[in-house]
Structures are given as structure tokens and as C-alpha cells.
Design a protein around this ligand. Structure first.
Ligand code: GDP
Length: 185
């Protein structure tokens, strides 16, 4: 098995991205705060997993959020061996503001925590800098994301999932296959 996971805060466009990449319409009618179950896309022995979104959303209790986080951490620990890459999806339009706010309060921003955690368990980190249509200064934004998440610039891929602009992530997934000698897929 070769697995790629998608993770990110709620409302960053993660399910839109997943649908665009794999042609499956996920999380239809599922409101945040109602389900923890991941969405899977299976092809032969390739598995793409859309993990539940985390972080604060209106109408979702702190307790539920904690359960979601625990589930995600557990899932990643349990399957770390077969997970070739973790794609952290962010909302590029609000990333700077959210990270600064957390930094100011002395907390580690949740996306920073996730990037560190993935690296700790040996999973390659890639960032889908989604909602890139909302970004005013592309260069500075990429630089900022790179610095905060400690991910090299080549691994930060701007996407506009809503418009189907996800080619960079597709290419990256292709590279993962090649690296893992899976030209058959
Ligand atoms: P999820 O909670 O991360 O799965 O987010 P969704 O896929 O449900 O998307 C949340 C909202 O963001 C929806 O209204 C999408 O239409 C919108 N969205 C998704 N991708 C983009 C994008 O690239 N740019 C913009 N501006 N909006 C997007």
C-alpha cells in the first residue's frame, strides 16, 4: 500500500481539492462537527485519505475538536509506515493572520504543530497553499509559509481548488509514485 493523506483546518477547501484531484465528491451534506470518519479514495493499492478538518469552526464544541485531533494523531501514528506524504492544506488568504494571532498569544499554530508531527514520524510534508486567489503578494506569502512550517519552497504548491487549479499537487503525487517505483499506477 502507498498512502497519501490530506490534512488541514476546517474550511480551507480540503474537500474541494480532494474532489478535484480524484473526481469523487466527498463530504456531501456532511457538516463540520458531525463526523470524524475520513474519506478514502482507493485505486489498486494506492490510497488517498482525506482526514477530518480540525480547528475552530462555528457551532463545533471544543470537546469535539479535541476528539478530531486525537483521531488524526492516532491515525497518522498507526499508518505512518505506509504514508508516503502528508499534504497540509491551508487557506493562503488567512494563513498569515491566523499564525500571527497564535504566535502573539504564545501558542503554536496548529498547522505548524501538524508539520512538525508529520516530520517526527517520518512523513514527507507538502503544503497545498489553497485559496491562492485571495493572496495579494504571492512571493512574500510563500516565503512566510515556508519559514513558519519549515517546508522548502518547492514543496509549497499554490492551488485554487475552487477553480480546479490543482495541477501542482497532481504532479507532486505523480512524483511520489515514481519515487516509490510505482509506475504501474
Ligand atoms: P474543507 O472544510 O476544508 O473541506 O473546505 P471545503 O472544500 O468545503 O471549502 C470551503 C469553502 O472554500 C467553500 O465555500 C469552497 O467553495 C471554498 N474554496 C475552496 N477552494 C477555494 C479556492 O481555491 N479559493 C477560494 N476563494 N475559495 C475556495
Amino acid at each position: 500500500n502507498l498512502e497519501i493523506i490530506f490534512t488541514g483546518r476546517s474550511n480551507v477547501g480540503k474537500s474541494t481539492l480532494f474532489s478535484q484531484l480524484f473526481g469523487v465528491n466527498v463530504r456531501k451534506g456532511k457538516k463540520p462537527g458531525t463526523t470524524i470518519a475520513p474519506n478514502f479514495y482507493h485505486y489498486r493499492d494506492f490510497l488517498a485519505t482525506d482526514l477530518p478538518g480540525f480547528g475552530y469552526v462555528k457551532g463545533v464544541s471544543r470537546k469535539f475538536n479535541e476528539r478530531v485531533k486525537d483521531f488524526i494523531v492516532r491515525y497518522i501514528e498507526d499508518y505512518a509506515e505506509r504514508i508516503a506524504a502528508g499534504i497540509i492544506v491551508i487557506d493562503s488568504g488567512s494563513f498569515v493572520e491566523i499564525v500571527e494571532r497564535w504566535d502573539r498569544r504564545g501558542y503554536i499554530p496548529i498547522d505548524v504543530e501538524m508539520a512538525d508531527f508529520l516530520r517526527d514520524v517520518g512523513i514527507e510534508v507538502v503544503v497545498s497553499a489553497n485559496k491562492f486567489d485571495k493572496v495579494d503578494s504571492p512571493e512574500e506569502t510563500i516565503e512566510y509559509i515556508s519559514e513558519k512550517l519549515k517546508v522548502s519552497r518547492e514543496r509549497i504548491i499554490p492551488t485554487v481548488a475552487k477553480k480546479g487549479d490543482v495541477g501542482g499537487v497532481k504532479n507532486f503525487i505523480r512524483q511520489i509514485f515514481i519515487k516509490n517505483n510505482r509506475h504501474d499506477l
